[in-house]
Design a binder for this molecule. Structure first.
Ligand SMILES: Cc1cc2nc3c(=O)[nH]c(=O)nc-3n(C[C@H](O)[C@H](O)[C@H](O)COP(=O)(O)O)c2cc1C
Length: 350
């Protein structure tokens, strides 16, 4: 493996609406060495959207934090990057991978991969705007048969970017089909800046198998860490874990506490917390213990029928809203709000 970026090898990847501040605090506790914020749309940040600017803020417990920005307007990108630096980010990550229509219709996200020769304007604006390191998040390409990763990384390298995150799928593939690790490894071998590979890393073993031979400088995990946040501990301890259903509940209680700490315990805070936690449980219920299944479940696979080892494990496996509300109750989620004089610390003024 190559020399790591900012001395971190294992990253929690950016995930809008899911890898928020409480979640990132939680996975930091499991061993995520660096974390990346939810994508902030640069033009909204510049217009003064406080919720948008708040996405650039770190949690005090995050070790190394990258604020992620997206957009096509160089001016807006530069201003958003500057704000991220002022808020204390350790690096700014420029998202050129987002496949969502709302972003690509404005020329941002993965749309920038269609013109690798033109991307230099945006990269230059960001590089000039801040003195902290800057990184770019890309996909393999836009159309199904595109492979522009090396071309984009060459430009980023020339402009002075410090590292690149590559998700080995095209925009057309979205999140489906196999991640092209051959493409990631080829770019990692042929680039001077550190490449952090991303896609389908769901278990400690997935990372450890790659570490042996990889040219990457690090790995970023995303969906796998939603179903199994203790994957970071597996990587740190270099062994698979088989937590009991009760242990999973104890861990989940911690996430509930962190979420309430961040969003507050008044009516608004409880509603926001509940929405996020129920969303999270939709991923957590997909976990199937390898000891029961006889193998580790890949990110892309779902198994509906398996035999839980106890009642609580059976509850964890359910996908219904009622089951998830029961789990929230067991994890100590408050039934009633309390007066919370604290300002919502999600808000931030640009
Ligand atoms: C629901 C969801 C939200 C995501 N949001 C972002 C985002 O805001 N910024 C980003 O760079 N990637 C985002 N991603 C992509 C992930 O960071 C990651 O690159 C991709 O899911 C592949 O990794 P995985 O197979 O480990 O999930 C998102 C993925 C999902 C599934």
């Amino acid at each position: 493996m190559k020399k790591p970026f900012l001395n971190a090898r294992i990253f929690m990847g950016s995930m809008t609406n899911l890898a928020n501040r409480p979640f990132r605090r939680w996975v930091t506790g499991f061993g995520a060495e660096a974390t990346i914020g939810e994508m902030a749309i640069a033009s909204y940040v510049v217009k003064g959207g406080s919720q948008d600017a708040a996405l650039l803020r770190r949690d005090a417990h995050e070790k190394i934090f990258g604020a992620q920005i997206v957009g096509a307007n160089p001016n807006h990108l530069a201003k958003a990057a500057r704000l991220a630096e002022r808020y204390g980010a350790d690096f700014v990550d420029f998202n050129c991978a987002c496949p969502h229509q709302s972003v690509i219709s404005h020329g941002g996200g993965a749309m920038l991969l269609t013109r690798p020769d033109k991307i230099v304007t945006q990269l230059d604006a960001i590089r000039q705007a801040v003195s902290i390191p800057v990184t770019i998040k890309i996909r393999k390409g836009y159309e199904a048969d595109d492979d522009v990763a090396q071309a984009v990384v060459d430009v980023a390298q020339r402009v002075g970017f410090d590292a690149v995150f590559i998700h080995g799928r095209t925009k057309a593939a979205q999140y489906r089909g196999p991640c092209d690790w051959e493409c990631i490894e080829a770019v990692a071998r042929n680039s001077d800046i550190p490449v952090i590979g991303c896609g389908d890393l769901a278990h400690g073993n997935d990372v450890m198998c790659r570490e042996e031979t990889s040219a990457c400088a690090g790995f970023a995990l995303a969906r796998g860490a939603l179903a199994k946040p203790w994957v970071f501990r597996e990587i740190a301890e270099r062994q698979p874990l088989d937590p009991s259903s009760q242990q999973r509940l104890e861990w989940f209680k911690t996430l509930v506490t962190y979420t309430l700490d961040a969003f507050g315990r008044d009516r608004r805070g409880l509603d926001k917390s509940q929405k996020f936690l129920l969303n999270q449980l939709e991923f957590m219920c997909r976990y199937v213990p390898p000891a029961v299944l006889g193998r580790e479940l890949p990110t892309q696979e779902r198994v509906e029928l398996w035999t839980p080892r106890d009642d609580l494990e059976a509850l964890w496996a359910q996908s219904s809203r009622d089951a998830h509300k029961t789990l929230l109750g067991l994890a100590g989620f408050p039934e009633e709000p309390v007066a919370d004089p604290r300002q919502d610390d999600e808000a931030g003024k640009p």
